[in-house]
Design a protein around this ligand. Structure first.
Ligand code: FNR
Length: 382
């Protein structure tokens, strides 16, 4: 209710409200290179668009007279309690978006208790991000390097600095065909941003002839050789399991048979995601892949999802289709572009407020009560 109450005293530096306004405000702040790095998708952007439009295939059917005085959006995951089913998606090279970079985003999440997932490709070392967050919840996103020593080192460093889960992103063994970045001749990595986390890694540094300070170009070039790993197979997951006791989640699962394999190989969670439409143009929308995966998994491990979450009602639809929680990417990045930490906090807080209001308006007291009875497929309701 505070949101509406505050309308009586409008703040002259009022921040945007809707996703579309945040994107517009970010456009004013950023040059073409960084703006399209955030906004862009793979190829013609068809999957990126479908991620959002496919939410319209589902319609919420609100219930009345259920006493919604009390509402609770907290969830439990891997034995931890979080205040909301919203997590901050892993995003690399945030210092090209705002000078506060990952530190601003991580601190905003810490203020709200929303788990921050630090990208392997963070500008700042994962230890610095952890330090900025204090005791607040955080996970680490692992880009599995071609160099096994770096892969092992990243996991060890994450464990040592208080990250409580490892998210292995499977859909990016190499950069995709991204036409905006190609047009703008813009790849933050190749201009030296986003390598901070690698440039402080003992295993990475041990492979260089000269320090990154003395020869930054050679260090970036070495990074391009070791960043991804197109040779990985399911059996390689055993290597990761040997190096950590933390829960392991696989990010980028879209096919039910891959969900089956994830269960067979003993991972702890799945994130249904197409990387915000940034990898395979024409790939299935994440919200369309979700029910196929949750049907396969049958609650044996938590299934999370991202790609296309823009509003509270999207979260309700994702949870109705079996997601335990959702990750938010671009909305948070537009917040960062507009006003650093304050912008990210505002975006995430608004999303949680929108979820709270919508939860009450559909007649539910808790996100745990959201199930498939809350939605129908659009054509069935006509
Ligand atoms: C990403 N994403 C991503 N994912 C990941 O696992 N590691 C990373 O470093 C990045 N980097 C990254 C940069 C930028 C600018 C964007 C927009 C996205 C993907 C991200 O985690 C998430 O899957 C999508 O952003 C979700 O889609 P929405 O919310 O942006 O539609």
């Amino acid at each position: 209710f505070d949101i509406y109450k505050n309308m009586r005293n409008p703040d002259p530096d009022r921040l945007p409200v809707s996703y579309e306004e945040w994107e517009k405000a970010a456009r004013h702040k950023l040059e073409d290179g960084p703006f399209y790095y955030v906004k862009g998708g793979a190829g013609g952007g068809r999957t990126m668009d479908a991620n959002v439009s496919s939410f319209n295939r589902w319609q919420i059917v609100p219930r009345m007279l259920n006493n919604v005085d009390e509402r609770d959006q907290s969830i439990q995951l891997f034995g931890q309690s979080f205040p909301s089913p919203i997590l901050h998606a892993p995003i690399g090279t945030q210092s090209v978006i705002h000078k506060e970079g990952e530190l601003g985003s991580a601190k905003a999440c810490a203020e709200l208790g929303i788990p921050y997932i630090a990208s392997s490709a963070s500008t700042f070392p994962m230890e610095k991000i952890a330090e900025a967050m204090g005791d607040a919840p955080r996970w680490f996103q692992h880009y599995w390097s071609r160099d096994p020593e770096i892969a092992a080192s990243f996991v060890k460093r994450a464990e040592a600095s208080g990250y409580s889960a490892i998210v292995v992103t499977l859909d990016t063994p190499m950069m995709a065909w991204r036409e905006d970045d190609l047009r703008n001749v813009y790849l933050p990595f190749l201009i030296g941003e986003g390598v901070g986390n690698y440039f402080t890694d003992p295993a990475f540094l041990s492979k260089l002839d000269q320090s990154p300070q003395d020869d930054p170009e050679a260090a970036v070039m070495h990074w391009t050789k070791v960043f991804g790993n197109t040779g990985l197979t399911w059996d390689d997951l055993a290597f990761l399991r040997e190096h950590t006791n933390l829960p392991i989640l696989l990010k980028g699962i879209l096919h039910p048979e891959d969900a089956e394999l994830a269960l067979k190989y003993g991972v702890d969670g799945i994130i249904v995601s197409n990387h915000g439409g940034r990898q395979v143009d024409g790939a299935i929308a994440a919200i369309d892949a979700l029910p196929l995966i949750t049907d396969t998994v049958q609650g044996r491990i938590p299934v999370l999802m991202d790609s296309g979450i823009r509003r509270g009602s999207d979260i309700i639809k994702a949870m109705a289709l079996g997601a335990k929680a959702v990750l938010v990417g671009r909305p948070a990045m537009y917040g960062l572009a507009v006003d650093g930490q304050r912008g990210v906090k505002e975006v995430l807080q608004n999303l949680a407020a929108d979820l709270d209001i919508t939860l009450g308006l559909i007649g539910k007291n808790s996100v745990n009560q959201i199930d498939e009875s809350v939605i129908v497929e659009a054509q069935k309701f006509r």
